[in-house]
Design a protein around this ligand. Structure first.
Ligand code: ADP
Ligand code: MG
Length: 236
């Protein structure tokens, strides 16, 4: 992609010539020599049609799958050298995931859903509760913390999921079609929340097939046949 690393900031994410070929048969090359640098505070969107390699890219970025060639660095750490345990620990510490389908536990309140995200990291319960309330307040749901997901709108559910992703103070928010299940008005409320988080310095990587959603990023990258191309954004 050719950007130079800023001397001020270590990249949050660095793809160095990453390729991923599924063994098949027949083998499918889903990522092809991908280079990408994401700096702290970037809001990068990756846009491409079905089958272009978005999920594969996200799986590598989220440490759910490893490249078959090249290397992937998260927070300056070359992840190919890590064991599975180290990889999961790094993922838990540094990445907050937001998915299209929310993935909330249906029989737990918004608060309990967000608190569960920090269950295994050794934080005392009272502190976990305070952090969860604060994350829910951040996403505009302070008044709904006791609600079950079934009593929340789609947009509110996604905001609970975003609070859950934020609670462990990740370096990176990794979002997979986060508005894919939402109508356009509700999608807008979620996209505005990403705008706020971005303004406050969060690093956001959002993957979508929707060019309108992708245009919200400060950098837009096109994916086709597993290859990335940086898009020029018109400056408003
Ligand atoms: P997208 O998320 O953009 O729809 P994917 O990353 O899911 O794209 O898929 C990219 C390509 O890799 C497609 O050709 C798809 O058929 C193929 N693919 C995805 N997962 C597998 C797999 N587990 N085994 C073999 N091929 C796969
Ligand atoms: Mg996909």
């Amino acid at each position: 992609m050719g950007q130079d690393a800023s001397p001020r900031a270590r990249p949050v994410i660095e793809f160095r010539n990453v390729s991923l070929t599924y063994p098949g048969p027949p083998p499918v090359t889903a990522l092809s020599a991908v280079n990408l640098l994401i700096l702290p505070g970037d809001y990068v969107t990756i846009v491409g049609p079905s089958g272009s390699g978005k999920s594969t890219f996200l799986n590598v970025a989220g440490l759910l799958d490893g490249p078959t060639d090249g290397s992937y660095l998260l927070d300056g750490i070359d992840t190919s050298a890590l064991s599975d345990v180290e990889r999961s620990a790094l993922r838990g510490r540094r990445i907050g995931f937001v998915f299209q389908a929310f993935h909330l536990l249906a029989h737990r309140s918004a608060l309990a859903n967000v608190m569960l995200a920090s269950l295994y990291n050794g934080t005392p319960r009272a502190e976990r509760r305070a952090l969860a309330v604060s994350a829910l307040t951040k996403v505009g749901l302070a008044h709904r913390i006791e609600a079950l997901p079934s009593r929340l709108s789609g947009g509110e559910r996604q905001r609970v999921a975003i609070a859950r992703a934020l609670v462990s103070r990740p370096a990176l928010l990794l979002c997979d079609e986060p508005t894919g299940n939402l109508d356009s008005a509700t999608a807008e409320s979620v996209l505005s929340l990403f705008d706020v988080l971005h303004r406050e310095g969060m690093t956001v990587l959002l993957i979508t097939h929707d060019a309108g959603v992708a245009s919200r990023g400060s950098r837009m990258v096109d994916i086709r046949d597993g290859r990335l191309t940086e898009c020029r954004k018109a400056v408003a």
